[in-house]
Design a protein. Structure first.
Length: 350
């Protein structure tokens, strides 16, 4: 398949035309990669079962792992899902934005798109290119992250091109994604309570404050899924984000981390380090590949950098990667969730 690569620029006629052609492509059952405020998405007509099949094939994704459908207006959710008061509250507080809500599905969403489940995940992106693309397409757009299955989600169009050239019809390039980690996913349960399935930029604290409902956090967000346990969200079962080299998360003071790596690290190693620690690690391990992660307190920068760093690390021939263990609150929880998967749950408390 020939992949067309289009730099989106609203100021120029060719950029605007590109977006119109992308919408035509979606309507015709094609695959279009587009930017969102979280990561890049691999989109197709969410009401077309054959288009969903194409998405699974392009990503190499197991077809029981459902797709999120993207809408241009929060009210459009009612076309595809049984919405209610709680959805309305969430939409008023967080949409358009990086929140996905899981609700009972309507028949307008094919089984294939929702991975055979009776529920459907709905998101209304705020990114102007994503939002306009959906509007121009006139349908909802089913879109997982635009990476090959198992790899980190792409946060810029160059990473998309690495994975998706030859597998999709079009790639819309609008630079670097704003947040850098996938959307928060929350499920509205039958008894009108909320369960957090995937942490993201919208934090559990914000969700509880906006709805007045205490939210339960699925065990699989912070822990390994028990052998034989049913995953509340199918994506939780699958290996995700893991770089080629085994990764260890270190929980402790810098000095203890340096001691641990000196004793246990088998070179060549990579170290993901807070900005404050970069020089110290460089001095202790002059041959290591050091990746600056942002300042210790600056979780927004860390979220923005994480997937880029994991992809960069994969280009080196590393034997091992070490990284700090994030905290489990606020945006830290989103980092924690991605990093324990990248590290296959290998945490060392020092
Ligand atoms: P991605 O599209 O790569 O951001 O991944 C979408 C995530 O949403 C996957 O982990 C899916 O398992 C999850 N998901 C999508 N639809 C549902 C649903 N109906 N119920 C629970 N999880 C869902
Ligand atoms: Mg994904």
């Amino acid at each position: 398949m020939n992949t067309e690569y289009i730099k989106i620029d609203f100021e120029t006629e060719s950029g605007a035309q590109g977006l119109r052609r992308a919408a035509d492509c979606i309507r015709a059952g094609g695959l279009v990669v587009f930017p969102t405020e979280t990561v890049y998405g691999l989109g197709a007509d969410g009401t077309n079962a054959d288009a969903a099949t194409k998405i699974y094939e392009a990503k190499g994704r197991p077809s029981d792992n459902p797709l999120i459908i993207h809408i241009a207006d929060p009210e459009d959710a009612a076309l595809y899902a049984q919405t209610g008061e709680l959805y309305k509250k969430l939409a008023e507080s967080f949409m358009p934005g990086p929140l996905t809500v899981v609700m009972p599905a309507k028949e307008t969403v094919p089984m294939k798109t929702r991975g055979g489940l009776s529920t459907v995940a709905v998101r209304c992106p705020a990114h102007p290119v994503a939002n306009l693309l959906i509007r121009l397409s006139g349908v909802c757009i089913a879109a997982p992250s635009a990476n090959l299955s198992g790899k980190p989600s792409p946060t810029d169009a160059r990473q998309v091109a690495e994975d998706m050239t030859g597998r999709v019809d079009m790639i819309l390039d609008d630079g670097s994604a704003d947040f850098g980690l996938e959307s928060t996913i929350v499920k509205i349960e039958e008894d009108n309570t909320l369960t957090l399935l995937r942490p993201g930029k919208i934090t559990p604290e914000q969700l509880s404050a906006a709805t007045g409902i205490s939210l339960s956090i699925s065990d699989a967000v912070t822990d390994k899924l028990k052998e034989g346990a049913l995953a509340p969200s199918p994506g939780m079962k699958y290996r995700h984000y893991a770089p080629a080299a085994p990764m260890t998360l270190l929980d402790g003071e810098r000095v203890r981390c340096i001691e641990y790596i000196e004793k246990n690290g088998s070179p060549p190693i990579g170290i993901i380090a807070y900005d404050e620690d970069v020089e110290h690690f460089r001095a202790a391990f002059p041959d290591a590949k050091i990746y600056a992660f942002g300042k210790r307190e600056d979780e927004l920068t860390q979220a923005h950098e994480l997937f880029k760093i994991l992809r960069l690390a994969d280009k080196e021939d590393l034997c091992e990667i070490f990284a700090p263990l994030p905290r489990k609150s606020g945006i830290g929880l989103a980092l924690y969730n991605r990093m324990i998967r990248a590290a296959s749950h290998h945490i060392v408390h020092l």
